[in-house]
Design a binder for this molecule. Structure first.
Ligand SMILES: [Zn+2]
Length: 297
């Protein structure tokens, strides 16, 4: 019993490195911000990167990490603006991006997300790759406004387009584009700290991850600042390198699946190893997910 629990905890702790280490002790987490231009800022704490737009109208926020961090997040926002937080957009349903929803909603923000974010947060979810069961969220944490294809916010002198992409990290992903500020928040469709987590239990697909990267590349320019769900802010040149690494490993797994190899045989090939230096995390989880997806008939 104890051994099983220990294994489960190890799997849990290594699965989402930037979020779950910190979960043990939020007191030590510091939330720091960086300006990206045009009134857009990124907040780094524990969990998914937060996007913030400030200006004459109100504060607009993308993702809200974990509930215990809300006071620190709000303090970081207060250092940028004294306007109320009017909107919070969730890039997807995962707990390290939506954990502050209830607090933010109670503080007066309108929570907005893709239809499937509300659907998944409303019911118990089981994330097989993490062996993690997530209970339904309280009503106050659920998105109040949901969209199918997309929605545009006209705020702080900018047009902010939240667009659903075909199933990628999950089946409820949104990419948020500040058209004037020239900043894109991709949520976990882009993980600049490692290989992507293709959450098959949440309807994700490796093909969607690649398609979303292609779409963002095609709709941005070399000056665009790209906020990933995890890792440092970057540009589309690095997004392209990451996308090419994903394609190379996916194609390698596809080749091996066609050749009838087992998942253990494919893992032993260490197909993601050439990218270890740039994107160190999540290799095994990625290969397992791609193997599973490509083995489906
Ligand atoms: Zn996620």
């Amino acid at each position: 019993m104890r051994a099983t629990l220990a294994i489960a905890l190890v799997a849990f702790a290594t699965s989402l490195p930037t979020s779950l280490h910190a979960q043990a002790n939020y007191d030590t987490v510091q939330v720091r911000s960086a300006a990206l231009g045009g009134g857009v800022h990124v907040l780094f704490g524990a969990g998914g990167n937060i996007g913030v737009s400030v200006g004459d109208d109100a504060v607009f926020v993308i993702d809200d990490q974990f509930a215990p961090l809300t006071p620190k997040i709000l303090a970081a926002i207060r250092a940028l603006s004294d306007k109320p937080v009017k909107f919070v957009v969730n890039t997807h349903w995962h707990f390290d991006h939506t954990g502050g929803n209830e607090n933010m909603g109670k503080a007066g923000a309108l929570i907005v997300a893709h239809d499937n974010v509300r659907k998944r947060m409303s019911t118990e979810q089981f994330m097989a790759a993490l062996n993690r069961r997530e209970p339904p969220s309280p009503r106050a944490a659920l998105p109040v406004v949901t969209f199918n294809d997309g929605v545009t916010f006209h705020i702080n002198g900018d047009s902010v387009a939240a667009t659903h992409v075909a199933p990628a990290h999950t089946d409820g992903d949104a990419v948020v584009h500040f058209l004037k500020a020239n900043v894109v928040h991709m949520g976990d469709v882009f993980n600049n700290a490692g290989f992507p987590f293709v959450d098959l239990s949440s309807g994700g697909s490796v093909h969607g991850v690649i398609a979303a990267a292609d779409k963002v590349y095609a709709t941005t320019n070399d000056a665009t600042k790209i906020i990933p769900g995890h890792g440092q802010v970057t540009d589309r040149a690095r997004l392209k390198l990451w996308r090419d690494a994903i394609v190379a490993v996916r194609d390698g797994v596809q080749r091996e699946v066609r050749a009838g190899r087992s998942v253990d045989q494919v893992l032993a090939l260490k197909l993601a190893a050439p990218y270890e230096k740039e994107w160190a995390g999540g290799h095994e989880r990625f290969v397992r997910a791609v193997f599973e997806e490509l083995s489906r008939r």
